[in-house]
Write a protein that binds this ligand. Sequence first.
Ligand code: AMP
Ligand code: MG
Length: 342
Amino acid sequence: MLKSSQEMITIKKRFLITILTVLVFCILCSLFIKRTYTKTEYGLFDTVCTVTVTDRKDNTEEYMGILRSIDNELNIYSEESPVYKLNHGEEVVLSDDIFAHLEKATNYSNKMPGYFDITLNPVSQLWNNAIDNIEPPQDAEAMREYIGTKNIILDSESNTAKITKEGASITLGATAKGFATTKLLDEIKKNRAESALINLGGNIYAHGTKPDGSLWTVGIADPVNPAVSAVILECKDLAVITSGDYERYFEKDGKRYHHIIDPATLMPAESGIHSATAIGRDAELCDIMSTALFVADVNGAKEICLEHGIDAILISDDKIYYTNGAEDLIKSADEKYALIKL
Ligand code: AMP
Ligand code: MG
């Protein structure tokens, strides 16, 4: 039986209202429902970088863009980068962020020249070649004349930097990933994402908690077998940044030569520590400190932690040393190591 035209209009109206309601519901859902997005990129900072963020929309491409741009600016091998130009005698004008980072790295080189010094680059280059050629250099000590921040001139009025001594140069290899993590985190916070994990080659920042509210699980590699964890931490809102002698090295006559240099000897550091992890809220600081902690011996490391307000986990042949604050984060540790409080 045919329905009256009045009835047909009512049916059409109801149909339209239903469609509109579903549409509005979908739009509201897309505005408020959060999903977890992950992006990985290989090669940035010479490593694998992964960003995992729970957010209302997928901003991971924007985050990778931030990492790419910082990698480009700090890369000492790319002719376009301001740091390359700086290392080749040019006076460079830096962006506010990069200038502030260089200034901070220079200041810490002044504060702890026995452990951390960005002007070690000429020596680092020697050891990088040595690692490639599996042969220790003969002449590391000859690089001594190029070391020291006295050769860097920074002008905070004009954001300019210049290296005054020919042959002197800097590397931000010990700081770049921490700095990039801090910049990325600023952006994630601006987007009001409350849960994220930044992983730049095993250097971690755990932002907030996991989407289900539980703590993030972060492993610290076993120096003997970096594919497995020697320590598992549970944390939130913390950077966990590690320097280790298993990252870049070669072995000759039973001795390991790696990429972290002791400014005192201009040789790979031999502090008895195979991995040093700096833990704290400031990823940029923790990256600087992970390198310094690695060079320092256990007592020196304790002083560094107290002075700079960070926590640490150090792994030697048979011991895992931890600070008070780190103890609370440790969920488990490989039993082959004795646990010792710093
Ligand atoms: P990281 O893995 O953060 O400890 O950084 C290691 C990188 O920093 C090396 O590959 C060198 O480029 C550079 N470096 C090595 N030794 C030092 C040091 N004592 N102070 C500052 N930078 C260093
Ligand atoms: Mg570092």
